[in-house]
Ligand binder design. Structure first.
Ligand code: PDD
Length: 307
């Protein structure tokens, strides 16, 4: 496997990562996971923009042009024989190597950049049949809009879901459903899509944004409102949205069946529309580079605390 490390492409077992790396010691860094199909990235510009947003919020300087990140992703796919396959590209940037001390290294040190591409099998069966999820207390911090590598609460929550035979753990904060451990969450009630508004308690998911655009196109009303866990009984459908989950119907939350216990019609329409959008945007035509305007709201505009 050929990986990317600080500007070089090399076999994975030749990478030297320092034990003093702040990513290793503190989880001090940010990352992205991008889907690729036949060598084309889905909404790469939005991912790179989100990476820059995460990095600048945690004050890591990584002013790399997005064309260069596109180039890194393309080279990883090519050099790992994934240019004709379904794949994901992972890229992470940490604050770099310095003797352990909580405050930033002074003077600043070079960031550590690590990336790899991996084969990806789209979760078709789960998307067809629907999955169960559990709810767990949201024990994360107050900047969940940042895609940072310190993911312990997400790891613990997802493990709890796996142990319970569920696909995903959905976080509940102050009685409100925020998002999953590695997905956004949406529900359907009386034909409208309900999802938590963008704020510091959810990641502004690329898949979520795409699905909201599709709702506009399909005239599915959108309610970006907090949904209380106690209101789950009243929803007709639910779904997980994410780069590695696509639009995945949720048919059970804890012991409770959602709707009739099968993927519902709005979920199915959005699934189909998302599949078509993904296929179109990862197809070799000139329009595939066009991205719709970014409808995300920056966390700093919300009332939540800053770093
Ligand atoms: N996770 N919320 C959280 C907490 C996530 O970690 C992710 C993605 C999402 C969905 O965002 P997007 O549609 O942009 O993938 C929402 C990635 C896939 C991961 O950590 O592996």
């Amino acid at each position: 496997m050929i990986v990317y490390h600080n500007g070089r492409f090399l076999p994975k077992d030749e990478v030297y990562l320092s034990p003093d790396d702040r990513g290793f010691l503190f989880g001090d860094g940010a990352y992205e996971v991008v889907r690729a199909s036949k060598g084309r990235l889905f909404r790469a510009a939005a991912h790179w923009q989100r990476l820059q947003h995460s990095l600048s919020a945690i004050e890591i300087q990584y002013p790399t042009p997005t064309e260069q990140l596109d180039h890194v992703a393309a080279a990883l796919l090519n050099q790992n024989q994934l240019a004709a396959a379904e794949a994901t590209v992972y890229l992470q940037v940490t604050r770099g190597v310095a003797l352990r001390k909580h405050s930033y290294p002074h003077p600043p040190v070079a960031t550590t950049v690590y990336g790899f591409a991996a084969p990806f099998v789209p979760p078709r069966e789960k998307c067809q049949a629907g999955v169960g999820v559990i709810t767990v207390p949201d024990q994360r911090w107050s900047r969940c809009d940042l895609k940072v590598i310190s993911l312990l609460p997400n790891v613990l929550a997802n493990q709890q879901a796996q142990a319970a035979g569920a696909q995903e753990a959905v976080f509940v904060r102050d009685g409100v459903i925020t998002e999953g451990s590695h997905t956004n969450f949406a529900a359907v009630r009386e034909g409208a899509l309900l999802t938590h508004p963008e704020s510091c308690v959810i990641l502004s998911g690329i898949t979520r944004r795409a699905v909201l655009e599709l709702c506009d196109e399909l005239h599915v009303p959108i309610l970006e409102v907090p949904l209380r866990e106690s209101e789950l009984e009243s929803v007709d459908e639910a779904m997980l949205l994410g780069t590695t989950s696509d639009v995945m119907p949720v048919i059970r939350i804890n012991e409770q069946q959602i709707g009739v216990g099968r993927p519902g019609p709005v979920t199915r329409r959005l699934q189909q529309a998302f599949h078509e959008l993904f296929t179109r945007e990862t197809s070799p035509n000139p329009d595939s580079h066009l991205e719709p305007p970014n409808r995300s709201r920056r966390c700093e505009e919300a009332d939540s605390p800053e770093l």
